[in-house]
Write a protein that binds this ligand. Sequence first.
Ligand SMILES: NC(=O)c1ccc[n+]([C@@H]2O[C@H](COP(=O)([O-])OP(=O)(O)OC[C@H]3O[C@@H](n4cnc5c(N)ncnc54)[C@H](OP(=O)(O)O)[C@@H]3O)[C@@H](O)[C@H]2O)c1
Length: 283
Amino acid sequence: MIVISAAGGKLGTALADELVNRGKATGVRLATRAPEKLAHRAEQGFEVVRADYGDPASLSAAYAGADIVLVISGEGPNEVRIAQHRNAFEAAKAAGARRIVYTSAANPTSASRFGWAKAHEASEATLKSLGVPYTILRDNSYYSNISALLAQAKASGTLPFPGIAAKVAYVDHADVAGALAGVLLDQGHANETYEISGAGAYSITDLAALLSEVAGREVTAVEVPLSAFEENFRAMGWPDFVVEGVAGFFAAMGAGEYASTSHDVERLAGSPSTSARDYLTRL
Ligand SMILES: NC(=O)c1ccc[n+]([C@@H]2O[C@H](COP(=O)([O-])OP(=O)(O)OC[C@H]3O[C@@H](n4cnc5c(N)ncnc54)[C@H](OP(=O)(O)O)[C@@H]3O)[C@@H](O)[C@H]2O)c1
């Protein structure tokens, strides 16, 4: 039995779709806070159960009989996420899981401009200390983080960003899902850490040039201070910890913290990661 936690999010959805495409839904349990939203997955062959990282009893029930547990990282301030991920890892160990898989983030160090990297650093350390074989996937920035900016740029001809020259090795949710499917379904992967980054890295200036070609109109990258993004996020009514987290993430991207490329997606998923041209064409 494979259990996928946080199955109702975008990554969980992409992974469930990938498993359906591979004909591998049977023997997979989807754990989510809102099982009613995943009722259609039962018709595809999955089991669907309720689980909340903040509710250890729900995790024990959801992970019962699991051989492999995938813990997709959750949401919230660092201290909440660190405690919730620990709950999940400990429940998976108590359930007798042979391997625990965790989706971390690229560059998970306290020195990162991305403040939430600390939650990944701490969670990786907790997982490694448990004595259960683990597999860690360090996801680079998802294209979806900038999809709204790209869509606006297509309409306005301007692509504003803090740090337009810095490269980022973006990945699509489908790339991560393909890599996760490989890690969950194939033998091996014990005590491995993979860099789930694109095979190519692109600056905002590169993306503006590509978007100009794909959209058939001139799009120009424009350097803007990070504070302008923060003001925008606050104006949208986001809570302080989200503004700080997302602003820090944009700062880390703009500073080149996510520039390292990798071929781990292709190795694990069996197909290349999504190029910026392909992503922009789809967008
Ligand atoms: N590398 C990147 O660029 C990047 C960007 C954004 C996020 N992330 C990380 O990657 C994770 C997955 O990304 P995503 O795009 O799928 O995010 P998402 O669509 O926001 O999904 C996050 C999911 O986390 C689960 N979750 C949150 N709190 C939970 C709790 N208390 N107990 C159980 N599950 C909880 C929920 O699953 P259910 O709905 O099933 O309950 C939620 O749908 C994120 O949560 C975040 O940690 C990485």
